[in-house]
Write a protein of this length. Structure first.
Length: 148
């Protein structure tokens, strides 16, 4: 079954992609939730026309994402965490704390667009994460976890 996505879905596709999914997944989840529409011939024609009209706006959004990626590459973040005497962090450092630290530096990135390369950061040290800013633009975030 072919469907047109109405929004970005991780591990499936981006908004306005035409993808092939299993019939049950499309019919029972994607379409009723409003995440996708059935890709009929008329829907594909309307979709193509909308993409033509939106191409200029998409280029502007992509350029903004590239500028933001350049700022992120040069950023030196420090994320504070409460630490025990052995150097272990109480809890973990997650994308929310990383997004807040970036906001303090003047860069707004949604926490859902940040992916940590290491699951469960529990020690002080230097780490990296990836910010998916656009379907074609992603930036590597280097940050250091320090004791508060």
């Amino acid at each position: 079954m072919e469907v047109i996505l109405k929004q970005d879905i991780s591990n499936l596709g981006f908004k306005d992609d035409i993808i092939v999914v299993k019939n049950g997944y499309g019919r029972n989840y994607l379409i009723p939730q409003g995440i996708a529409i059935l890709a009929t011939d008329s829907a594909k024609k309307i979709h193509a026309e909308n993409l033509k009209q939106r191409a200029h706006k998409e280029e502007k959004i992509k350029n903004e994402a590239l500028e933001l990626a350049a700022k992120i590459q040069n950023l030196n973040l420090k994320v504070g965490a409460k630490v025990s005497s052995t150097g272990k962090i109480f809890g973990t450092v997650n994308t929310i704390q990383l997004s807040d630290a970036m906001a303090k530096e003047g860069i707004e990135v949604d926490r859902k667009k940040i992916v940590l390369k290491t699951d469960g950061i529990k020690e002080v040290g230097e780490y990296t994460a990836v910010a998916k800013l656009h379907r074609e633009v992603s930036a590597e975030i280097k940050f250091e976890v320090v004791a508060e």
